[in-house]
Design a protein around this ligand. Structure first.
Ligand code: SF4
Length: 957
């Protein structure tokens, strides 16, 4: 056990147990820093840095720098954060399990014990991103959607099942159980963790805060429980999984002092939309946000979690609430053991971090104030989550946006009669026209979780006889609500808003109100606990009567898996160019996220989703205009249906017990027969199946040996691409559609796969053969080596030789890279500023490496992509200020050498880029080595983080 600063102390862990911990108050006593003034979130990271300080991976200097965090001017240093656990969702999790499986195969080839490959911290993968709303509004919807999901994802699920039995520290939560962040909040999170260690030859327990990273941006939801964690890309998660630190720059911390209380009729969703708008305006991107004060103390954990969830929408790295009595109460109420609750409380008390801080107790970089009493009911949209609209203003705002020019963010419908409605007859189970709803490979969807898996959009054909649509007659026009979805972990984790939706439905049904058949209604909670309390309170039956039948436990509409609309509705939208609306309790609403044909998307609380489904339109003021007519023809208003706080509280008390959580989170697998039916291979080694086009053994460990190679100069490299500024990770590794004419498309066709069944790059992340072909294949990328073109093309010039053609043959980047590999020639990429910007995406670095690129020379790098390149053994180099490919007049006909590379390299040192031009002239320019830390030198020397860890593990045995 590291104890560099002599901070290891005993504490009373409760229930008669004694434990050890690294005491931050002791660190302060030793004069290392004024720790008691630090934001709580910074102290939690500091504890990890202190506990893991081993002089190499984490250095004394890292502890001292963070302990002296300067609120007004944080040091521009990277923090090595070793997290306690990892959470994954299925889309981003599959490639990580593929890498682990490949490591095991490599160990076996070397004659070792494959079981040495285990995640070193606990990993939980929740399968939640694949369920789609094909069926809705019927008692069968849940079963039918689940059947469709299993049919579409069988190959991936088989593989995950193998992983589940092969790794001890890897827990898999099968489909149909819940959404990753809600399951994390209700079940996986422990608040404080303990591990065994030996002291004076005696076994004891060391306690430390629960911390994590997840491969999904809304991992921040757990911040509501006082757990520090956020979303990262695959390579950082992989590093964390293998016990390596996740690096991030010392952040500013914005304190938000909450005062007052929410008023009657105002929900947690209203609050989070208010906060999102407020913090977006304050520019908190890349910062920690910490909520505190008596207003924060008054919020129950589900409300805090709703606020933490939307951190990516307000731009913060985390949206954190310190641990207090409410946090302990929540753990107890959700069925965590008395021992766990006692350890949680006692640990935070021992660290002097228990209780909601008050104003003036902590130094924040910026201090903001919010009176909860000022928050108003509202919605956000129609295109961005930060565009909040007070409820009374929605109708007016929608009408004016409809007429505003497109260039000003409107819909450009200047001369149309907004009251026109078009009749649609929704009869029978119309054959589906094969439209692919929702997916759009564009920039805005540059987000790991956005990749959906929908090979077969025709449920009516797939499940013979089942009818996916509502029937009846309807009239639709601009502003018609066509999707109403109670969805997303943002809200379905919060019983107050879910019960409010049920209570509103009850009052509506009792008055005889109905939902128009054109509205696609769905209820997709993030855990089965929600169904339990909605059933127990008798409210589910009212939701059912309005069409909000259960459709699945997963992300559904929130991730864009809203499924098809009735073809006649889609036709009417198309024929009349309608600006139709969706209302959903999700957290993102940019165009095409929810459904490709729905242009106006409004985020709102679950009760408002039910209200707008009943109203059938968004172009009205629900606070003044009637929502509909009751069975006696009398106008009914929202205020007639809205449940009081007391009604909601009473329902909560009667329905929520710790035993429900314990029962529903016990033995998931046994509770999911479909999962059990999936055959899975067993054993420690995965039997790679050459017939699979979803799962393939990546070549990262081909020719792997125990000795890393020497660091040597790169000589005689060709440029594979020369790019301008702001090349995103989506340019480098697109997530969306696979073009039939692209190398990946051609490869799939050669495997007998029809373009209709290509699926997206995202869903094929477990197959390097597709992903490598897809690298730099974004249809929008511009390679300056081939001026005037768009897409993944380059010029192949072969080996430099006298009198050779300096123009080269034009071909795809993949084909050229393969030819260069045959020629045994190294490759470089040259780029402008902010190279690798956008969401972290593991395949952007993996694909670069597998194409044979040895170095990327750019004017500047996006932080995470730079570290991902090093993690994959690709050298990031930075041009000196004022120099770039354009100032050097490079066109790709040159050959390049990088000198100064040896085993003695040091972070940040200057190297030389030597340029041999086709006409025989040459230049040399300095470039700085963007390997930023000593541990990264080790990663690079070993050819990447996976190889580094594998050698370490093999050496231990
Ligand atoms: S429900 Fe939405 S926010 Fe939650 S994990 Fe799924 S896609 Fe992300």
């Amino acid at each position: 056990m590291n104890n560099e600063f002599n901070t290891l102390q005993k504490f009373d862990a409760g229930k008669g147990r004694e434990g050890f911990f690294h005491s931050l108050p002791e660190l302060e006593k030793q004069g290392v820093g004024k720790i008691s003034r630090l934001p709580i979130s910074i102290r939690i990271v500091l504890e990890s840095v202190l506990r893991n300080c081993d002089g190499k991976k984490v250095r004394r200097k890292d502890v001292e720098t963070l302990a002296n965090w300067n609120a007004k001017k944080p040091a521009n240093e990277e923090i090595p954060f070793v997290v306690a656990r990892i959470v994954l969702q299925d889309f981003t999790g599959v490639p990580l399990v593929v890498d682990l499986a490949a490591m095991r195969s490599a160990v076996k080839r070397l004659g070792g014990d494959p079981k040495i490959i285990e995640p070193l911290v606990s990993v939980d993968l929740v399968v939640d991103h694949s369920v789609q709303v094909d069926f809705f509004g019927s008692a069968d919807a849940l079963r039918l959607n689940l059947e469709m999901e299993f049919k579409r994802n069988r190959e991936r699920y088989q593989f995950l099942k193998w992983g589940q039995q092969a790794f001890k520290t890897f827990q898999l939560i099968p489909p149909g159980i819940g959404i990753v962040h809600q399951v994390n909040l209700e079940y996986l999170a422990k608040g404080v963790l303990a591990s065994q260690f030996e002291i004076s030859n005696l076994k004891s327990q060391i306690y430390f805060p629960d911390t994590l990273v997840g491969t999904d941006s809304h991992t921040t939801m757990i911040n509501g429980l006082g757990v520090v964690g956020w979303g990262v890309g695959g390579i950082e998660a992989e590093a964390g999984m293998l016990g390596q630190p996740v690096y991030f720059l010392t952040p500013e911390v914005v304190g938000v002092h909450l005062t007052g209380k929410l008023r009657e009729g105002v929900t947690a969703t209203d609050l989070v939309l208010h906060i999102t708008q407020m913090l977006r305006a304050q520019k908190v991107v890349g910062k920690f946000v910490e909520f505190y004060g008596e207003g924060a103390a008054s919020l129950p954990v589900p409300d805090r979690a709703t606020i933490g969830n939307m951190s990516p929408e307000y731009g913060a790295t985390i949206g954190y609430f310190p641990v207090d009595q409410e946090s302990v109460n929540y753990l107890r109420a959700t069925g965590r053991s008395d021992e766990q609750c006692a350890a949680f409380e006692n640990y935070f008390r021992a660290q002097k971090m228990f209780g909601m801080p008050r104003r003036g107790e902590i130094d924040y970089s910026v201090d903001l104030q919010l009176d909860l009493g000022q928050v108003q009911p509202g919605v956000a949209g129609p295109k961005r989550p930060q565009d909040r609209i007070n409820l009374p203003d929605l109708g007016h705002t929608f009408r004016s946006l409809l007429q505003q020019p497109i260039k000003d963010g409107g819909y450009g419908k200047e001369n149309v009669d907004l009251s026109t409605r078009h009749l649609v007859q929704l009869n029978g189970s119309a054959p589906h026209d094969g439209d692919m709803p929702g997916i759009d490979p564009g920039e805005e969807r540059n987000k790991a979780e956005m990749v959906t898996n929908r090979p077969t959009p025709d449920p009516a054909k797939d499940l013979q006889g089942a009818d996916p649509f509502h029937h009846g007659e309807s009239k639709i026009g601009h502003g018609s609500v066509l999707i109403a979805a109670i969805t997303s972990c943002t809200n379905t984790s919060n019983p107050s808003v879910m019960l409010a939706a049920g209570l509103l439905a009850k009052k509506a049904v009792e008055r005889g109100l109905r939902v128009d058949p054109a509205v696609k209604t769905s209820l997709a909670p993030g855990s089965r606990v929600v169904s339990d309390y909605l059933t127990k309170t008798g409210l589910q039956t009212y939701l059912d009567q309005l069409g909000f039948n259960l459709v699945g436990y997963g992300c559904t509409t929130c991730i864009g898996n809203s499924g098809p609309l009735h073809p006649k509705i889609e036709k009417a939208i198309h024929d009349h160019d309608l600006v139709a609306a969706s209302v959903l309790s999700g957290n993102r609403n940019f165009e095409a996220r929810v459904h490709q044909n729905i242009k106006a998307n409004f985020l709102m609380s679950p009760p408002l989703v039910v209200a707008f489904a009943l109203a059938g339109r968004v172009d009205l003021d629900l606070t003044k205009e009637p929502i509909g007519k009751d069975k006696d023809g009398k106008e009914t208003f929202l205020r007639d249906l809205w449940p009081s706080l007391t009604e909601v509280r009473d329902a909560m008390q009667s329905a929520l017990t710790p035993e429900v959580f314990r029962r529903l989170y016990r033995d998931f697998a046994d509770q999911n027969p479909k999962w059990n039916e999936i055959p899975s291979s067993t054993g420690d080694i995965y039997q790679w199946d050459e017939k699979s086009d979803y799962i393939h053994e990546p070549p990262f460990f081909e020719d792997f040996s125990m000795k890393p190679g020497k660091i040597e100069n790169i000589v005689g490299a060709r440029a594979l691409g020369i790019f301008g500024d702001s090349v995103t990770t989506d340019h480098i590794s697109p997530a969306g559609a696979i073009k039939a004419s692209s190398p990946a498309g051609q490869y799939l066709i050669s495997r007998g796969i029809e373009p209709a069944d290509f699926n997206s790059y995202g869903s094929r992340r477990g197959n390097d053969l597709v992903m490598t072909r897809g690298t730099f294949a974004n249809v929008r990328i511009k390679n300056l080596m081939v001026p005037g073109t768009e897409g993944g093309v380059t010029r192949y010039l072969g080996k430099p030789r006298q009198g050779a053609d300096a123009t080269g043959e034009q071909m795809s980047i993949y084909d050229a890279a393969m030819k260069y590999q045959k020629d045994n020639m190294p490759l470089v990429i040259l780029a402008g500023t902010e190279y690798g910007t956008g969401s972290s995406r593991d395949w952007a670095a993996k694909g670069t490496r597998l194409l044979g690129v040895k170095a990327v020379v750019a004017s500047s790098f996006e932080r995470i992509h730079r570290s991902n390149l090093v993690g994959m053994g690709v050298l990031p180099l930075q041009f000196a200020e004022g120099t770039n490919a354009q100032t050097l007049k490079l066109d790709g006909s040159e050959s390049f050498s990088i000198t100064g590379l040896s085993d003695a390299i040091e972070p940040g040192m200057t190297l030389t880029l030597r340029i041999e031009r086709a006409d025989g002239r040459s230049d040399s320019v300095p470039v700085s080595l963007r390997i930023d830390t000593p541990i990264e030198i080790d990663y690079y020397r070993h050819g990447g983080i996976l190889q580094f860890v594998l050698r370490q593990l093999l050496a231990k045995k």
